[in-house]
Design a protein around this ligand. Structure first.
Ligand code: NAP
Length: 175
């Protein structure tokens, strides 16, 4: 029987938003369970720290690739790096995301644009360029992070909610 900690042995997982929070936590769980990792976020320092921690808990191969998920060229580089490092992917975790709370008529338009660019456009770009690496291996898993804000609207979260409703619509349609 396979040991629980080896559940993801010989699996390659790419995580966005892997430098902190939920993405970091998931990266370390996958590392402890034997997965090879591609870690993406913008902060190289944070990614290197997570990569070090992942190796400490058992990851054999970890690639830290600083990437802005809203930058199409950078995302193409990310997918290429995953292909070169691991010959493909089995798991994609789209975790990069951010939220600013504000009323639509008072909020900063740059913050609204950033939420749409990262939470929705970035998730689309990463999926667009990385999913072919999973399909080429015969299948795998895609995990997209929405939010309770993508189920229940609330005042001050209109733009964030729009992105997370969008993540759900995209994910269900893709499925
Ligand atoms: N925490 C919650 O309670 C909660 C609840 C519901 C849903 N969520 C969702 O869960 C996900 C993770 O949330 P979290 O709380 O763990 O967030 P977090 O701790 O703020 O981490 C966000 C991660 O995304 C990365 N990121 C931000 N902008 C990026 C960009 N342009 N390109 C690439 N990476 C980028 C950040 O790194 P850099 O800044 O270095 O790029 C960081 O690694 C988000 O999608 C969030 O909406 C969280």
């Amino acid at each position: 029987m396979t040991a629980p900690q080896a559940r993801f042995s010989k699996k390659a997982a790419l995580l966005t938003g892997a430098g902190s929070g939920i993405g970091k936590a998931l990266a370390l769980i996958l590392a402890a369970e034997g997965a090879d990792l591609v870690l993406a976020a913008r902060s190289r320092d944070q990614l290197e720290q997570v990569a070090g921690a992942a190796r400490e808990v058992g990851a054999d191969k970890v690639l830290a690739q600083p990437t802005d998920v809203g930058d199409a060229a950078a995302v193409e580089d990310l997918a290429r790096a995953a292909q070169e490092a691991f010959g493909g992917l089995d798991i994609l975790v789209n975790c990069a995301g951010l939220g600013y709370a504000d009323l639509v008529l008072e909020g900063d338009t740059a913050e609204a644009e950033e939420m749409i660019r990262v939470n929705l456009w970035g998730l689309y770009l990463v999926t667009r360029h990385c999913l072919p690496l999973i399909i080429a291996r015969g299948g795998g898993d895609v995990v997209n992070f929405a939010s309770i804000a993508g189920l229940l609207p609330s005042p001050g979260y209109a733009v964030y909610a729009a992105t997370k409703y969008g993540v759900r619509g995209f994910s269900e349609s893709l499925r």
